[in-house]
Design a protein around this ligand. Structure first.
Ligand SMILES: C[S@@+](CC[C@H](N)C(=O)[O-])C[C@H]1O[C@@H](n2cnc3c(N)ncnc32)[C@H](O)[C@@H]1O
Length: 333
């Protein structure tokens, strides 16, 4: 990651806030529907406050978390072909985080003399502004339009802009979306896309459960801290009184459902008060709160998922060990 010295003042980055095109997605609604009901859950987007986003970066650097380095290797090898095929005028990255993977695509645009702007979108405003300041410093010619919002509910508000777009959705993040959320995501995405736009999707693959379980239980404990941090988010945003040390991180691959399930497990019977909502949560010892799922795909399953949504697969890149997929698909309604 590029660091700025104090003499090199980066430009200010103002983020545009996207408004949901569909109902849902506010913390209070999500907590009422998920945490106050049974089985208990909290949507995974709340894991990514400023501190959670920093912890996620640490996870990406761990030995066990093969996803980031595998996907980055694929991107390095395939970037020229991706840009030559898609010829983008805008790169729109969903769940952009620290935007570290976009650099190779921007370098390829430059090499191929393509004038391309960059639109990062993430739920964490601090992550977007930090990433954009670094990008603007490195690529002074680049037009950047930073955005904050929820990619499940807000993408249709980006519809009907001129210029061919390459939507970039990396990090295996698609695996966090299942059922109605995934349907909503694709409906919003297709409402934003014009025919001839492209999607570059990075997705994790089914593999030996030992490797998967290790990736979500790194020995340095970053994933555990990342998971537990969501309780600090609820304490801050909802004036709740979760005692973080009374919970334990648990992540395990469900071989039947083909996904990792990440939970927080209550270590004792306890009552937690959510003052902002004038509500209490009564947890029994061993009770679990689901905080994330991460689906693992097959090569064929990914192709079918995209084709079902009128996204025609042009290239499907994978490494020799088939740990991860990078798929480039064209919107062809
Ligand atoms: C698994 S990380 C991937 C980050 C980065 N794209 C990468 O490949 O390393 C998921 C990213 O999506 C963001 N995110 C999670 N849920 C979101 C949502 N509903 N809307 C927008 N961004 C979201 C997180 O803040 C985080 O930056």
């Amino acid at each position: 990651m590029l660091c700025l010295s104090s003499e090199q003042e980066p430009p200010d980055m103002q983020c545009e806030h996207l408004h949901p095109g569909r109902p849902g997605g506010s913390l209070i609604e999500d907590v009422r529907r998920g945490l106050l009901d049974s089985p208990r859950s909290i949507p995974c987007k709340y894991l990514y406050d400023e501190h959670g986003s920093k912890l996620f970066e640490r996870i990406c650097e761990t030995r066990e978390y093969y996803q980031t380095r595998t996907e980055s290797g694929l991107l390095n090898d395939a970037c020229t072909s991706i840009i030559e095929t898609s010829q983008p005028e805008q790169l729109l990255e969903l769940g952009s985080g620290n935007s570290s993977k976009i650099h190779v695509l921007l370098d390829s645009c430059r090499k191929l003399n393509l004038d391309c702007s960059y639109m990062p979108l993430d739920i964490c405003e601090q992550a977007v502004t930090d990433a954009c300041r670094i990008l603007q410093h490195k690529y002074s010619w680049l037009e950047i339009r930073p955005m904050v919002g929820d990619y499940i509910h807000s993408l249709s508000s980006l519809a009907s802009a001129p210029g061919r777009r390459l939507y970039v959705f990396l990090g295996g993040t698609i695996g966090n979306l299942e059922g109605p959320e995934r349907q909503c995501f694709f409906a919003e995405l297709l409402a934003a896309m014009n025919p001839g736009d492209w999607l570059l999707l990075g997705a994790d693959r089914e593999k030996d459960p030992t490797i998967l379980n290790a990736a979500y239980n790194d020995s340095a404990g970053y994933t555990a801290r990342f998971n537990l941090n969501v309780l600090n988010v609820l304490n801050r945003e909802l004036r709740a009184d979760f005692q973080v040390e009374q919970f334990r991180h648990q992540a395990a691959y469900n071989t039947r459902l083909k996904h990792i399930e990440i939970h927080l497990v209550s270590q004792q019977a306890q009552r937690v008060s959510l003052q902002e909502m004038k509500a209490d949560v009564h947890l029994h010892e061993g009770e679990k709160i689901l905080t994330e799922i991460s689906r693992k795909f097959t090569y064929q399953g990914l192709n079918e998922l995209l084709e079902q949504h009128q996204l025609q697969v042009a290239h499907h890149f994978q490494p020799d060990n088939q740990y991860f997929s990078l798929v480039l698909a064209r919107y062809s309604p």
